[in-house]
Design a protein around this ligand. Structure first.
Ligand code: ZN
Length: 311
């Protein structure tokens, strides 16, 4: 029949068979993210409409206290608050009931993993600000024009746009090194500010190691090993890793690993040095990010006091 539209929803687009997503099948994807602070404010206002809300209720404060809450959590929050108010014989829902409900919703068993704690929020702010600052200070890195600490999907904690790992055009060694340094800057920022690191950099480290391996094994960019292609064991076929036969000696394999290690290590050190030197900018950016949760290009420029001219 004509004019029939089929829609599906999933929390795990990453595990869908690609054939399902080809044109003519499910060919449009609409990503619905967890709401940011401004959006939470609007959702709260929506659910409070028609309810007896007391004077002095500050929706802005409630929105700020609920990072990680989705629409259903916010609706739940308002309902819980009505129940609390009713139980106490009040005819209006006050700030006290609403704030108490936040804790109730956070304490709900299945919500625990999703809702962000204050300290987590701070760590993620510094992590993402590290990427953002270093990415914008390095001459060959992809400029970062948007940064957020609101989780997207299942893997990443926050996200920093735009860090394409595999470019469609030719990349020079300088560009790859700057990209690597930017990738590692999240962890470097955590180390610099909190004097310890979290698990938040897992995906960054994976990407960075992958990139360094490609540089050494596929692009011949290691000075020590020279312009040779060694095969990086990273080809994926139908979702399965095809382990390539190693066609080089144990000694060479050792040198490859050492070179990868050296590249990652020196880029990490560079990220750390840049952040140390610009610590004031990092703190300003992270504070702004923690407060607003999402920053666009102008807001990033304002926080770090520099124009992102190479955009
Ligand atoms: Zn990161």
């Amino acid at each position: 029949r004509e004019g029939v539209i089929i829609m599906g929803a999933t929390n795990r687009p990453d595990v869908l068979d690609v054939a399902l997503l080809r044109p003519g099948r499910f060919d449009r994807r609409i990503t619905i993210n967890v709401p940011d602070i401004k959006e939470r404010e609007e959702i709260l206002a929506l659910h409070m409409r028609g309810k007896p809300i007391a004077k002095g209720v500050d929706i802005k404060i409630l929105a700020r206290r609920t990072p990680g809450f989705v629409g259903a959590d916010l609706e739940n929050l308002v309902n819980e608050a009505s129940l609390l108010a009713a139980r106490e014989g009040k005819d209006k829902i006050g700030m006290k009931e609403l704030e108490e409900s936040i804790d109730r919703v956070i304490a709900g068993p299945e919500k625990k993993s999703r809702v962000m704690r204050e300290r987590e929020k701070k760590i993620i702010s510094y992590h993402e600000s590290g990427h953002t600052l270093v990415g914008n200070l390095l001459p060959f890195a992809d400029p970062i024009y948007k940064v957020s600490i609101i989780p997207r999907g299942s893997a990443a904690l926050g996200y920093t746009l735009q860090l394409p790992l595999e470019d469609k055009y030719l990349a020079t060694k300088s560009e790859l090194l700057d990209k690597l340094t930017t990738l590692l800057a999240g962890r470097a920022s955590e180390e610099l500010i909190f004097n310890e690191v979290s698990t938040g950099a897992q995906d960054d480290l994976k990407k960075a190691t992958y990139l360094a391996r490609k540089m050494v094994c596929d692009y011949g960019m290691s000075e020590k090993l020279g312009p040779v292609a060694l095969g990086s064991n990273s080809e994926v076929f139908l979702g399965r890793d095809l382990l390539k036969e190693k066609n080089y000696s144990e000694e060479l394999a050792f040198n490859v690993d050492e070179e990868i290690h050296n590249i990652v290590e020196s880029c990490y050190q560079k990220a750390l040095d840049i952040l140390k030197k610009h610590k004031d900018k990092l703190i300003r950016l992270a504070k702004r990010l923690e407060e607003k949760e999402i920053l666009n290009k102008e807001e990033i420029e304002e926080a770090i006091g520099l124009s992102l001219i190479h955009i």
